[in-house]
Design a protein around this ligand. Structure first.
Ligand SMILES: [Zn+2]
Length: 412
């Protein structure tokens, strides 16, 4: 008896892995024939046919006829491909920062249906304010996409800080007055759809996996270099979050013993050299700012001064890029990734991703003579973080849909 239960659960697990594999293969390849899925995954054509039938019935994928290429014979049966069914799930994603909240609505294929940017009250904000603010953003961004909040399959929220994504639990977020609370639960009590909460850099890594450079790359790292330094680790097609969900605090890895003081209270963290606040802290020592100059404008001015050859300004950026390349080299040495993606919205401060940085990374890794990881720069535009949060919501919605297929089969 026990054996047969074990066997059943093994089969169910195999089936569930098979569904995941088929779904991600279709997602990564945009449009693909069943036989090519079988060839690429090593599954039998019969298994692929039966799994794709389940995915079609669940509304996640659909059949499309492949267009005949010029010069090809039009005779014979037209080839049928499979692709994701965009309209099957529509989600909203939003990213909270100290200045604003950006939000998007995406469909399952990653098509952007709407976007919004609303001002954020000055942090730290309390739970009452959050309970007003987030549903308002959902309303606004839904309206921009011509849908109602009830039409959304889920909402994803991306936050800086330490988040236990599986629970939706905020352990620490610099934007909030109260810490250690379950944001997912709080939001699901007041909104009609499931809510998923993730660290902002992890969310961007999921967006790279779904719609970006990480498609079909099993192991890659995403380094986000705006508003601090973030890292998302993708291993075997899945986000690696560490045992408790706190993993990948790249900004707080140490690059200097007894070095500069970091916001986290420790010394010598990478962020304490590379983050906006760290650059300005140095600049404030010698530069005089006109009254009322915003931090963003100060950075732009500082960068312009460095480009014009200002020795002090240049030394700040030089040191930041040396520290950054040391941090990147450490990552490459730790993970031996196939690809490192440097992701940002604007990335106007090119000192962090100049050839000089990549050369320094290469000279500090142990991979010389072997395959070195490709370092790619991905300039996303202004909705990167929100798209990341939406990608996380899509991933969770699909995971739940696929799990439900599993339980339907078991109970049958
Ligand atoms: Zn730190």
């Amino acid at each position: 008896m026990r054996n047969s239960i074990k066997k059943t659960s093994q089969i169910t697990e195999q089936r569930s892995q098979g569904r995941n594999l088929v779904f991600s293969h279709i997602r990564n390849n945009f449009q693909v024939a069943r036989i090519d899925i079988a060839n690429a995954t090593g599954m039998s054509p019969a298994t692929v046919t039966s799994i794709t039938a389940e995915l079609i019935a669940a509304g996640l994928i659909e059949e499309v006829q492949r267009e005949v290429e010029p010069g090809q014979s039009k005779r014979g049966r037209p080839r049928v491909d499979l692709k994701l069914r965009g309209e099957s799930h529509i989600v909203a994603g939003m990213k909270l920062t100290g200045r604003s909240i950006s939000a998007v609505v995406l469909d399952l294929e990653g098509k952007q249906l709407g976007k919004a940017k609303v001002p954020m009250p000055r942090p730290p904000i309390d739970r009452t304010a959050l309970c007003k603010l987030i549903p308002q953003v959902v309303e606004t961004v839904s309206a921009s996409a011509g849908v109602k909040p009830e039409d959304l399959s889920a909402v994803g929220i991306g936050l800086p800080g330490t988040i236990q994504a599986t629970e939706g639990f905020v352990d620490w977020c610099p934007l909030f007055q109260e810490q250690e609370f379950n944001l997912k639960q709080l939001m699901e009590e007041i909104m009609p759809m499931p809510v998923f909460v993730e660290n902002d850099a992890n969310a961007v890594a999921i967006a790279e996996l779904w719609f970006g450079f990480g498609r079909d790359v099993p192991d890659f790292l995403v380094v986000t270099i705006e508003q601090g330094v973030g890292l998302g680790i993708v291993l075997d097609g899945e986000i690696f979050r560490g045992t408790q969900g706190f993993g990948a605090e790249f900004g707080h890895t140490k690059v200097q013993s007894e070095g500069a003081l970091c916001r986290c209270g420790q010394r010598g963290c990478l962020e304490a050299y590379v983050a906006d606040y760290a650059l300005l802290r140095e600049a404030n020592l010698f530069k005089h700012w006109e009254e009322g100059t915003s931090e963003e404008d100060r950075l732009v001015q500082l960068f312009a001064a460095a480009k014009e050859g200002d020795r002090m300004a240049k030394s700040i950026f030089d040191r930041a890029s040396r520290m950054f390349s040391m941090g990147l080299a450490n990552l490459v040495n730790l993970f031996d990734p196939a690809m490192v993606i440097l992701s940002g919205e604007q990335m106007q401060f090119d000192y962090l991703y100049a050839q000089q940085v990549f050369d320094m990374v290469r000279s500090s890794t142990i991979l010389k003579g072997h395959h070195e990881p490709e370092i790619r720069i991905h300039k996303w535009g202004d909705m990167m973080w929100a798209k990341g949060a939406a990608a996380f919501a899509l991933e969770e919605v699909v995971r739940i849909s696929l799990d439900q297929l599993g339980s339907a089969e078991t109970s049958a």
